[in-house]
Unconditional design. Structure first.
Length: 217
């Protein structure tokens, strides 16, 4: 399937929600799966926008507009899929998602949350920049089976290690998973335990979900 990544990115950059959605819905109509859509269109478009920003071809304001437009597309896609698919909850499995303190990138987190819902999990999305104490409070109260952390700034690795240790030490022993663009290029396993799961891509997360949604975490 051909993906109109740069065209999609151009609509995100000017905040044209309708044209960006038109590309999205055409991909769905061509039987693009959720993971394929996320990886091949949305992720690559946002990576392209990041490249433009890093090379001073767009401004911070342009990048922020693209991000907010992309978040709208994800929310609209989520609602569309809920109407189209009748999801069966998988034995009350629960997954909680959040960004580390001072981490603001939530798009990958939202895509991961939607993937879990596709496999029948209940999810809660706590969003960006969540201090550890509040993450612990939420996790202690809701007792998720899985806690997903978004990590995109390399010098936050020590913060990541603190979150992982504290969350994995909770009495109900959740599985902590970590995602983010850095994982494709760097090895952060020394900041994790042997129980922590690192996912450089949504395709790898999907594989884990396919295996564990039947077996239990």
């Amino acid at each position: 399937m051909a993906w109109n990544v740069e065209e999609f990115a151009s609509y995100l950059l000017i905040g044209d929600e309708d044209m960006a959605w038109d590309i999205t819905i055409k991909a769905i109509e061509r039987d693009a799966g959720r993971t394929e859509l996320f990886e091949e269109l949305i992720t690559k478009a946002m990576q392209y926008i990041g490249y433009l920003w890093e090379n001073d071809q767009i401004t911070v304001a342009d990048e922020h507009l693209a991000t907010s437009t992309c978040e709208y597309i994800l929310a609209r896609f989520h609602n569309y899929m809920k109407k189209e698919q009748k999801l069966r909850l998988f034995a009350e499995k629960k997954a909680l998602f959040l960004c580390l303190e001072n981490e603001q990138h939530t798009i990958g987190l939202k895509m991961a949350s939607q993937l879990f819902e596709e496999y029948g999990w209940k999810t809660q999305l706590l969003g960006a920049n969540l201090p550890l104490e509040y993450a612990l409070q939420s996790a202690s109260k809701w007792k998720p089976d899985v806690i997903g952390l978004s990590f995109s700034i390399w010098y936050h690795a020590e913060i990541l290690a603190k979150y992982i240790q504290a969350l994995e030490d909770l009495p109900h022993k959740p599985v902590v998973i970590v995602g983010g663009r850095l994982l494709s290029n760097y090895d952060f396993s020394s900041y994790c335990s042997d129980k922590t799961c690192l996912f450089p891509s949504l395709n790898e997360l999907k594989g884990w979900l396919m295996e564990h949604s039947k077996q239990g975490v």
